[in-house]
Design a protein around this ligand. Structure first.
Ligand SMILES: Cc1cc2nc3c(=O)[nH]c(=O)nc-3n(C[C@H](O)[C@H](O)[C@H](O)COP(=O)(O)OP(=O)(O)OC[C@H]3O[C@@H](n4cnc5c(N)ncnc54)[C@H](O)[C@@H]3O)c2cc1C
Length: 459
């Protein structure tokens, strides 16, 4: 249903023509995310501040106009797509400022459209550290990161976005503004509303300001790689190392199919016969600390079948070791026209069984399923590669199998990409009716008219 002219005129008046767009260029540019699914909104609005967000939401609520918040549109589940048309509320254009750095309390206050890497660089320029580093760090916004609870390579040691959020300001669908959390590290007064907003995928409120914790930046970092004959050995090495008194910053893996794909594309001399490689990184302030951690990791790896362990001598060698992991996602496209990628996560000790059972799914359905990812936190990117598009339905059946396995192993449908549109049909695999009803009650308490990002998360 197209947006009435009366509404279009209201928004143009409110924000100025330059911030209220209905031309096809803007509609197309704000119609998709990284899923490459798309639906054109009727209008794209660029709020200049929190008051604009409040006025826009109040009007949408009174007139029952669907509205979808959007950061950079780098999401992998269709969360920022206007599935029912209506308005896309684009936060990256004006609301992208770092508002305050409090070096006495190690706190930073930002608008939602700040790009993750800009915040990391800003923190580093003050000798501080903002650890969450999703691979989309150069595009994705802090508002999007909070709304998806994004994680990155450093999550094994430093945790994910939620571990850094201390307070949020947000605008409710009726236009009212709420504050959740404080500048303090501890706050147990009242319900944890900030906790509910984190990972809420723009379905409950529009996040208008975020206060984040920063930490001290370690001075030394060192990377290493372990090569394994079998994937089972590598997965055993992951959980046994992580449980042995060392917490590496990162513990990433590539399986044989992924190693071969990167090698065929980039010719980097990777061990194409290996069952898997693990790439790890440690940090600290003293060389002795670094050596201690690396020695412990090497011995745990070798006890679990590691046939070669290489430590990077300098940052250039470190970057070389990371090259394969950083280029894994694009390289595996050699295996099929359509990549059905998921980000299931299991407790780390279940990784060997998970990978074995994914191997069985691959054989049973006849699809190559290259896997790589953040094994340090049990998060595996599984990629069902569909060669012939007529097999797409069968590909989706294989995905359902993989989700079922993750849930059976006490894991989750998504470690970092969220549910959005893409995983909405699978929520019932992970949650019973009572749990889904509780989600619906929470949605209804925030958004009784269902105007904010409707049709998402299977609600
Ligand atoms: C190449 C690539 C690599 C990636 N790597 C990772 C990774 O390593 N780890 C990871 O976790 N993710 C990763 N992602 C997924 C994606 O980048 C993250 O989910 C990211 O947090 C999305 O941020 P965004 O600004 O692009 O949000 P968008 O895609 O614009 O929006 C995502 C969701 O958040 C909502 N939203 C956005 N801003 C707000 C706001 N201010 N208030 C309320 N709701 C809001 C939207 O409605 C939507 O539901 C990757 C994506 C790509 C394309």
């Amino acid at each position: 249903m197209a947006l009435d002219n009366i509404h279009i005129d209201y928004f143009k008046q409110l924000l100025g023509e330059e911030n209220a767009k209905i031309d096809s260029l803007h509609k197309v540019a704000y119609s998709y995310d990284a899923t490459r699914e798309s639906r054109e909104p009727d209008m794209v609005l660029f709020p200049r501040d929190e008051k604009d967000i409040s006025d826009i939401l109040k009007y949408c609520n009174e007139n029952l106009i669907p509205i979808v918040p959007r950061g950079a549109g780098s999401g992998f589940t269709g969360g920022s797509i206007a599935a029912q048309g209506g308005i896309v509320l684009a936060l990256e254009k004006h609301m992208n400022k770092i508002l305050e750095l409090d070096t006495k309390n190690l706190i930073v206050r930002v608008q939602p459209g700040v790009i993750n890497k800009d915040l990391q660089n800003f923190a580093e320029s003050h000798g501080l550290f903002y650890p969450p580093d999703p691979a989309s760090e150069n595009q994705s916004t802090i508002g999007g990161n909070v709304s998806e609870n994004a994680g990155g390579m450093r999550a094994a040691k430093y945790g994910i976005t939620k571990d850094y959020v201390v307070a949020i300001r947000a605008v409710l669908p009726n236009g009212n503004i709420i504050r959740a959390g404080k500048k303090t590290i501890k706050d147990v007064a009242g319900y944890n509303i900030a906790g509910i907003l984190i990972a809420s995928e723009g379905t409950l409120a529009v996040i208008s300001e975020i206060t984040l914790k920063l930490i001290a930046k370690p001075k030394i970092m060192r990377s290493a790689m372990g090569i394994f004959d079998t994937i089972e050995d590598a997965m055993n090495a992951v959980y046994k190392t992580m449980a042995s008194g060392v917490t590496p910053v990162a513990m990433e893996f590539l399986d044989n199919l992924t190693i071969r794909a990167v090698e065929s594309k980039f010719n980097k001399g990777l061990p194409t016969e290996a069952g898997a490689i693990l790439i790890t990184e440690v940090d600290g302030n003293l060389e002795e600390e670094i050596q201690y951690q690396l020695e412990l990791i090497e011995s745990r790896f070798k006890e679990n079948g590691c046939i070669e362990f290489k430590v990077a001598k300098d940052s250039k060698e470190g970057q070389d070791l990371w090259f394969a992991r950083k280029n894994a996602s694009q390289s595996i496209s050699i295996y099929g026209k359509k990549k059905l990628n998921e980000d299931i996560t299991v407790p780390r000790a279940k990784l060997p069984e998970l990978l074995e059972r994914i191997g069985e799914v691959s054989k049973r359905y006849g699809f190559k399923i290259p896997c790589f990812g953040h094994t340090g936190d049990g998060n595996v990117h599984t990629n069902v590669m569909v060669e012939d598009l007529k097999d797409l339905d069968k590909g989706h059946e294989a995905i359902v199998e993989i989700f079922k396995i993750a849930v059976e192993l006490e894991g989750t449908l998504s470690g970092e990409h969220g549910i959005g549109l893409a995983k909405a049909p699978f929520m019932k695999l992970a949650f019973n009716e009572d749990e889904m009803n509780l989600f619906r009650s929470i949605k209804n308490a925030f958004d009784p008219n269902n105007i904010l990002n409707p049709n998402k998360m299977g609600l």
